[in-house]
Design a protein around this ligand. Structure first.
Ligand code: MLT
Ligand code: ZN
Length: 458
């Protein structure tokens, strides 16, 4: 609970209309896509870095938590205010400030919807490649906080590869700029990279400068259907091994296919056991050549049917289906443990085999889909409430198998709350101690997003 005098002070900072303590409003800011929830004490909707700085200074004076929030689409609990405090909703800071067509950069506020930025730059022949599945809802600030990946990471990389610089409000209230607007800069420690992926614990990005690319001339999209997921995984590895670098290479297993077909009430696969969705981009000629080669490789690997998207509408239909998998899985069970392990891409078939064994051992349904091109698979352990303990045991075994194969326990969703208990499986005690020291140095009063990333975070 916030003292009435503090509510008053916060109202002076953001304006009375932008500070709420009404229970029905607080609920709206209490959860993310993990289904975890905790009520904040208040929600503030600032309009500038100055207001954010003032809120944070007040929080340091009075020692209350401040939890930055974008659209709440995160998948590790990063924006859930588990210690209460003030949710700092960045929804009003939603302007694209600049698109510089000469320098190939865009400057945006954190509340800009990622898909809006993509569309805006594309209308000018430019390209912002990071493409989280939730691009129609998620915000750039959230993408920066979590270092979001998405569908095009296989060729173009993830959010951190595009953020050139940030204006950041530090947990102690200072406003800093982390970089110039240039493609290169080695002036001191790379604070930009430190901030990207810091899960709202080290600073609040209030201005985001991103690198843009020229919009590829042409795109071709193919779907291939297989009898089983092992064949599809082998085909994905074969495509990469042949030196083709598609801009997307997505794998969808049978249970995910059935779920999304039921959800959208559409038969996409004619009963197939797995699907690969591949997209290549470049010139008209190179994409034609690469699409043919990809189709050949997939047939050779056992594809029973290839579907080429012949129009933008057909292409959108395929991608909309892919983007809908995550919500569609709730048609199977009311709860899921949605993991985002990543393995070296040659090891996808191995990890899928391991996961299958773990699912059988624990008598659990584990649904797999995701970014096969970069080895990042979403393993969804589908459960009822009562299955939670065995699902956690299965998750631990999946993480152990992933690490044995040279992978990482999270490719794009972050540690947040969901994976804090598992971080020590991957990061050694020395690394975790160094991370904690960074947090302590920047946020001595543990104001910003407390309780995340580290178990027993104070
Ligand atoms: C996706 O790729 O669809 C997202 O990361 C969401 C998810 O993992 O469910
Ligand atoms: Zn994903």
């Amino acid at each position: 609970m916030l003292k009435p005098s503090l509510v008053k002070e916060l109202k002076v900072i953001v304006g009375p209309a932008n500070l709420s303590t009404l229970p029905e409003e607080l609920v709206v800011y209490s959860y993310d896509a993990t289904q975890r929830e905790a009520l904040p004490w208040a929600v503030a909707r600032p309009a500038s870095s100055g207001e954010i700085s003032e809120i944070i200074l007040l929080a340091n004076r009075e020692r209350f938590p401040v939890v930055p929030r974008g659209a709440g689409t995160g998948m590790s609990g990063g924006s859930v205010p588990i210690r209460g405090g003030v949710v700092l909703s960045l929804e009003r800071m939603n302007s694209i400030l600049e698109i510089d067509e000469k320098d190939f950069i865009a400057v945006a506020e954190p509340g800009v919807i990622t898909g809006d930025l993509q569309r805006e730059v594309e209308s000018r022949g430019l390209f912002y490649p990071p493409d989280p599945a939730s691009h129609k809802f998620c915000t750039l600030g959230g993408n920066v906080a979590e270092c979001a990946g998405g569908l095009r990471a296989v060729k173009y990389g993830v959010t951190k590869d595009y953020v050139l610089g940030l204006e950041v409000v530090l947990p102690t209230g200072e406003i800093i700029n982390t970089c110039a607007r240039t493609v290169k800069s080695v002036a001191g420690y790379d604070l930009t990279k430190l901030m990207v992926g810091s899960e709202g614990t080290l600073g609040v990005a209030t201005k985001i400068i991103v690198k843009l690319l020229p919009l590829p001339e042409h795109v071709r999209t193919l779907a291939a259907f297989f009898n089983d997921v092992q064949c599809a995984a082998a085909a994905a590895s074969d495509i990469m091994a042949q030196g083709i670098l598609p801009r997307a290479l997505e794998l969808i297993d049978e249970a995910a296919l059935r779920a999304v077909e039921n959800y959208l009430k559409k038969d996409l696969s004619l009963g197939a056991g797995a699907m690969l969705l591949v997209e290549v981009d470049g010139s008209v000629e190179t994409t034609a050549r690469e699409a043919d080669r990809v189709a050949e490789i997939m047939v050779h690997a056992g594809a029973v049917r290839i579907q080429r998207a012949e129009s933008a509408a057909e292409r959108d239909q395929l991608w909309n289906a892919r983007r809908a998998i995550s919500p569609a899985l709730y048609t199977i069970k009311p709860k899921k443990l949605n993991e985002d392990i990543v393995v070296p891409r040659s090891k996808i078939a191995d990890i899928l085999r391991e996961i299958n064994g773990i699912a059988k051992k624990h008598e659990l349904l584990i649904v797999n889909f995701g970014h096969a091109g970069d080895g990042n698979i979403h393993t969804n352990i589908m459960i009822d409430e009562a299955d939670f303990p065995k699902a956690e045991a299965a998750a631990r075994e999946i993480f152990a198998a992933t690490l044995r194969l040279g992978g990482s326990i999270t490719g794009e969703h972050g540690i947040g709350l969901s994976k804090a208990a598992y971080l020590p499986m991957e990061a050694g005690p020395g690394s975790i101690a160094a991370m904690r020291r960074i947090k302590q140095a920047l946020d001595p009063n543990n104001i910003l997003n407390p309780g995340k990333i580290f178990v027993n975070a104070v």
